[in-house]
Design a protein around this ligand. Structure first.
Ligand code: ZN
Length: 484
């Protein structure tokens, strides 16, 4: 991952120096280089050590829980990981994500306020540690839904030894909390936008202390990076504040769990062992395409089925089996964060003769990002797909179908929209999805579906059966374009 993300990180660094700290996407290229953004923040320390990257495809039984809309009148995309054995931590993330999504949908999508222009909710995840008996995940929320909008992050920890979910503050020993807080205060005092009396008040009340100190990450050299969201400890206009305590400073204050988390960050012991009952990950399907597709869409009726937001386990594997039964080809617009989790499924898509396209790293509205951020979203994802399949995609589908001249200029990938919208993300009903596709699809149409939903996958056999009987052939988007 490290080499692949170098270029976009440099691009992002350039972009951040021109934009505000809370601009959308400033965390979206969060990778090994995410601390580069800290240097551009007004309240932050410039001397941070990189956060280590984790390869999620090595986590046994990992599932990514995604819930996205594909409608720009109600744009949201959320994701968090479900790791076997860490159910208590998954439950904490699920609760936070679902609460935020419900609030957003009630206000922006169902509030009867007409257009949700300018509103967007995006929650993306990143693994901090997945090694030995320690799991750490950081969820980053971009929320443009009105009051309190902005970028926030929270870290979640799981202690496999004690089989317990731990919050960020739990990495610090109870007896050392005062010394730890004093060190943070000393680093924050004197920075622009910090009011020392307000800071003391925030740190002394348990509720506000826990809310402010909900994002702590160990750096690769064992230091502790504490990020305070915008408005948590200073005036909102100053953005967020980052304090990094060195390994030497922070180590004496860590709890027993904190020390293990630090150790597994600095020198990961290898695979994650949380003591989950051994549920083997199902193998990816092994269908292989029988050579190039020679369907001539000038002579026969063609349809391009497209599946966005995956890959997802086990839905994508099931879908590949259905498609193989009808020798149907399709196009998968994958998100980079899901490709990173399931590269085997992306490889299986490619081997079976399907086309793999790019759907951004974590599903933001690209028209709200800077050109460098758009380039980063797409190039990181292209790199992940290429690592899985050996092939570089040539197509991208903009999340929410949101694309403009600036987005197009930021990439060499060709945008693909759709002719038939099943709204399958909204109607989780296989029969309804099948009916919609069968009723609406005409020759040479591109059909939008999502393989993260079991209901959408379950609709596919009926679609293939009925439309094959009506003489349709199922081809990839590039094949359709090339033969028309
Ligand atoms: Zn999507």
């Amino acid at each position: 991952m490290r080499n692949r993300t170098l270029l976009p990180s440099l691009l992002l660094l350039g972009a951040l120096s021109l934009t505000t700290a809370c601009s959308p996407g400033s965390d979206q290229s969060e990778g090994p280089s995410d601390t580069s953004s800290a240097a551009a923040r007004p309240g932050s320390s410039a001397t941070t050590s990189p956060v280590r990257s984790v390869d999620p495809s090595r986590i046994k039984g990992l599932q990514i829980v995604s819930d996205n809309s594909e409608q720009n009148s109600c744009p949201f995309a959320t994701s968090y990981p479900d790791v076997p054995g860490a159910e208590a931590m998954t439950a904490a993330m699920k609760k936070d994500v679902e609460q935020r999504l419900a609030t957003f949908r009630a206000g922006a999508c169902e509030g009867g306020q007409g257009s949700a222009e300018g509103r967007e909710l995006n929650i993306s995840h990143r693994f901090l540690v997945a090694s030995g008996d320690v799991l750490g995940v950081r969820l980053t929320t971009l929320d443009h839904s009105g009051v309190g909008s902005g970028l926030t992050a929270r870290t979640y920890w799981y202690d496999g030894k004690d089989r317990t979910y731990r919050t960020a503050l739990d990495v610090v020993a109870d007896g050392s909390r005062d010394a730890f807080l004093t060190a943070l205060k000393n680093q924050l005092k004197g920075r622009e936008g910090i009011d020392t009396a307000a800071l003391d008040a925030t740190f002394s009340a348990p509720a506000s202390r826990a809310a402010a100190l909900d994002d702590m990450v160990f750096t690769a050299d064992g230091g502790l990076r504490v990020t305070f969201d915008r408005g948590d400890v200073g005036v909102p206009a100053a953005g967020d504040y980052v304090v990094t305590l060195s390994q030497k400073t922070v180590t004496p204050w860590l709890s027993a769990f904190g020390r293990r988390a630090q150790q597994q960050t600095v020198t990961p012991s290898g695979s994650l062992e949380l003591g989950a009952s051994n549920t083997p990950t199902p193998a990816a399907p092994t269908h292989t395409a029988s050579g190039d597709d020679d369907t001539d869409c000038k002579q026969v009726k063609c349809i391009a089925l497209t599946f966005d937001d995956g890959p997802a386990a086990p839905e994508t594997a099931t879908l590949l089996t259905y498609l193989a039964q009808y020798k149907a080809r399709a196009t998968f617009f994958t998100t980079g964060q899901n490709v990173a989790a399931h590269p085997d499924l992306v490889r299986a898509e490619d081997k079976a003769g399907h086309e793999v396209g790019n759907h951004s790293w974590n599903h933001p509205d690209l028209t709200r990002l800077t050109p460098a951020q758009v380039a980063s979203q797409l190039s990181r994802t292209n790199a992940a797909i290429k690592a899985a399949t050996g092939k570089e995609p040539t197509l991208f589908r903009p999340p929410y179908g949101a694309v403009n001249a600036q987005v197009k200029a930021a990439t060499t990938l060709s945008p693909v929209l759709w002719d038939v919208d099943t709204e399958d993300w909204k109607y989780r009903d296989a029969a309804r999805v099948a009916r919609t596709v069968i009723a609406k699809t005409k020759r040479n149409d591109v059909v939008l579906m999502h393989d993260i939903h079991p209901t959408s996958v379950a609709a596919v056999p009926e679609i293939l059966r009925t439309l094959t009987a009506r003489g349709y052939h199922f081809v990839t988007v590039s094949h359709l374009r090339a033969t028309l």
